[in-house]
Structure formats: C-alpha cells, structure tokens
Unconditional design. Sequence first.
Length: 56
Amino acid sequence: MVRLRQEQKSAVLRRLAQGHGFAPVEFTAEKSEKVWFCGCKRTAKPPLCDGSHKKS
Ligand code: FES
C-alpha cells in the first residue's frame, strides 16, 4: 500500500481531473452533521448533493 501526503493526494486528484471537466472541490466540515456528497456531478452546490440526481 502506498501512503501519500495530503499535497501528493491533491496533485494526483488535479491530474486525474484534467481533461474530464471535473476538478476537486475542497470541503471543510464546520459542524458535526450528516451530509451527502454529490456523485452524479449535477448538483448546483458542489460538493454536496442538492437532489438534482433525481431529475431526468
Ligand atoms: S448525487 Fe448529485 S445531486 Fe445528488
């Protein structure tokens, strides 16, 4: 298993996002609560799900 430092992880994510139109979005939890992250890329409030995945 390869362990990466946070800076290395960010660099890898940036490289993976190039050419795909997607970019990493930083998220800092400001309080302890349950949230859902968007996995469909349709949300208007990245990185959180706003329910847009339910629309066809
Ligand atoms: S998973 Fe993308 S809007 Fe809900």
